[in-house]
Design a protein around this ligand. Structure first.
Ligand code: NAD
Ligand code: IPM
Ligand code: MN
Length: 345
């Protein structure tokens, strides 16, 4: 059956890396007999410019009837003081589709080991997943901005915590059997509840070890002892910050994909980074984050494990061959790298 993939290229480097991801998908599809259609929709700043709204109704409707969604990146400095921002569209999309479970894998490519700012012995064996709660917490609480005061509300219900913790345990069961639950339980009420729920869910998984960590010290340990972790689960804001921090391990945001899942309905795949306005339009962005997001889509949404493995292998081979974009210390352009990955498929 032909699968419908809705693409949201967005802003900045978004359209460039989306084109790269789709070129790789087009190259791998015939090898695995994967039939699909692409429906490209306006989103983010591009949609504000065209239609006055970052998430137009027909874009939302298309995503709701998709089999999977690919998103590149949104945002840009021109919207910093605008009444409507591209980021609002992203949050509205996540909420509308119920995409509560954001999976952000962190691994070190053999070929990139020497590029990490950290010592080789520290990043040896790093392979963990950040599971970020994506539709609750302070992102979605009430926001009030007055002239002299401001307020952001952080809300979590038992059920919202329970379902994301369960996702973390399920993932851990299929890999290193260890969950690190991250909170600020020494201060925040939401974190106190978080820890209670994590302990409760852990009882259902006697084969998986649960450890708790406070977010401040975890931020430090992620850099000093990154190979200690298997699955890290945390609330929306902490997960946003910690996952960008984790990109220091491979040395660049440009290789970091993600998947976001709902209880029902289509999943969404996107790099963890933003629109990189500083390099937009120069043709030098690293497309690997988008290309690996395509691989995650093939595996998670369509069960196409072989296609996903082909892409991941081709990325490894390309890096080993020394085809490196600027963020990796090389000279290769986005299209050089994309072509090399397609050649290695
Ligand atoms: P950013 O992630 O866009 O960029 C941070 C740094 O990483 C920049 O130096 C950038 O050049 C570099 N970088 C990011 N992706 C890269 C790639 N693929 N190849 C090479 N280098 C790459 O963060 P920012 O500059 O703080 O934010 C820019 C805009 O993006 C903001 O409007 C922000 O809100 C938005 N944003 C969007 C998303 C998203 O669409 N999901 C995520 C994060 C930030
Ligand atoms: C991300 C981004 C978004 C977030 C922004 C653009 C709203 O930083 O996907 O990590 O904070 O979730
Ligand atoms: Mn972020």
């Amino acid at each position: 059956m032909t699968k419908k993939i809705v693409t949201l290229a967005g802003d900045g480097i978004g359209p460039e890396i989306m084109a790269a991801g789709l070129a790789v998908l087009a190259a791998v599809a015939p090898k695995i007999n994967f039939a699909y259609t692409i429906e490209a929709k306006a989103f983010g700043g591009a949609a504000i410019d065209a239609a006055g709204h970052p998430l137009p109704d027909d874009t939302l409707a298309a995503t709701q009837s998709a089999d999977a969604i690919l998103l590149a990146a949104i945002g840009g400095p021109q919207y910093n003081d605008a009444a409507v921002r591209p980021e609002q569209g992203l949050l509205a999309l996540r909420k509308s589709l119920g995409l509560f479970a954001n999976i952000r894998p962190v691994q070190i490519f053999e070929a990139l080991k020497h590029l990490s700012p950290l010592k080789a012995e520290i990043i040896e064996g790093v392979d963990f997943v950040v599971v970020r709660e994506l539709t609750g917490g302070i992102y979605f609480g009430e926001h009030t901005l007055n002239e002299r005061t401001a307020r952001d509300v952080n809300d979590y219900s038992y059920e919202e915590i329970e379902r994301i913790i369960r996702i973390a345990f399920d993932i851990a069961r299929g890999r290193g059997k260890k969950v690190t639950s991250v909170d600020k339980q020494n201060v925040l009420a939401t974190s106190k509840l978080w820890r209670i729920v994590a302990d409760e869910v852990a009882k259902e998984y006697p084969d998986v070890t649960l450890e708790h960590a406070l977010v401040d010290s975890l931020a430090m340990k992620m850099i000093t002892n990154p190979s200690d972790f298997d699955v890290i689960v945390t609330e929306n804001l902490f997960g946003d910050i910690l996952s960008d921090e984790s990109s220091v391990l491979p040395g660049t945001l440009g290789v970091m994909p993600s998947a976001s899942h709902a209880e029902n309905g289509p999943s969404l795949y996107e790099p963890i980074h933003g629109s990189a306005p500083d390099i937009a339009g120069l043709g030098i962005a690293n497309p690997i984050s988008m290309i690996l997001s395509v691989a995650m889509m093939l595996r998670d949404s369509f069960g196409e494990t072989t296609g996903a493995a082909y892409i991941e292998h081709a990325v490894h081979q390309t890096l080993l061959a020394g085809v490196l974009t600027k963020d990796l210390g090389g000279q290769a352009s986005l299209s050089d790298m994309t072509e090399a990955i397609i050649k290695h498929l």
